[in-house]
Design a protein around this ligand. Sequence first.
Ligand code: NAP
Length: 275
Amino acid sequence: MVLSRQTVAVIGAGNIGRALIGGLLKGGYLGADQVRATRRNPLALDELQASFPGIHTGTDNVAAVDEASVVVLAIKPQNAGQIIEEIRDHVRKDALIVSVLAGITTEALQASFAHHLAVVRTMPNTPMLVDEGATAIAGGRFTTEEHMTIARHMFEAVGKVEEVPEYLMDAVTGLSGSGPAYVYMFVEALTDAGVKQGLPRPTAFRLAGQTVFGAAKLVLETGKHPAILRDEVTTPGGTAIAAIAELESHGLRTMLINAVATATKRSKELSEIKK
Ligand SMILES: NC(=O)c1ccc[n+]([C@@H]2O[C@H](COP(=O)([O-])OP(=O)(O)OC[C@H]3O[C@@H](n4cnc5c(N)ncnc54)[C@H](OP(=O)(O)O)[C@@H]3O)[C@@H](O)[C@H]2O)c1
């Protein structure tokens, strides 16, 4: 199975589904005629068609999955049961199901479909809307290496991909799935901090956003430990160390460790409810 030869049906082409379609087409991984996308809102479907000319769009989920070799479930978890019921007898027996449904296990999905389908569960995040997503993928019982490669290549079209055992998906949800929210708070707070020191808000906002973006890029591109990069900007007796001491005294690390632990616990609780 090679991604370029697949017919991909995206069931629920909202934020996540649309971003995935955009990445796959822009990167040249798939031709427009290899993509089928569904949602209910006809105006939104027109808009989708206008943005990605040549893809097949419609409200008919059964027609979309009929010939598809890869079916992406990108609807909200609360709509999943009814939609799976609708398509289960029409999905090809050799199809790969790629799920972005938060908290729904591969076992639960396998059990919902009529045959033993290959399922890859994923946890992307919204920076995939700007091709900078962080997505974790986990295979199910009937998933082969080829299936994992297809799923990996799909999400690499919109960012970076990590393969994890499925039991770690709640931790991924706590870290990168929910993580953009923590970073937005950080950017917002840094902006306010700049405003407090007299910077015009738009200037403070741009400086804060670019600082987060640039520092993240430096971490990823150099591969250096963040502590080393921090030491490199910390002059003895200087400004950075004065601020670092302040952050440490308020327990920045402990706060983040506890925040991710709480989000991970909540993710576990929510998947228990969905079982
Ligand atoms: N957003 C995140 O940060 C994030 C991160 C990780 C995972 N996820 C997961 O990604 C999934 C999608 O999230 P999202 O933010 O992309 O949600 P979204 O924008 O609301 O997209 C869901 C889409 O499903 C469509 N839909 C609903 N009922 C349908 C039906 N019967 N047939 C066909 N399409 C239908 C909706 O279209 P209409 O409005 O036209 O009906 C909507 O466009 C969720 O399961 C979520 O758990 C999201």
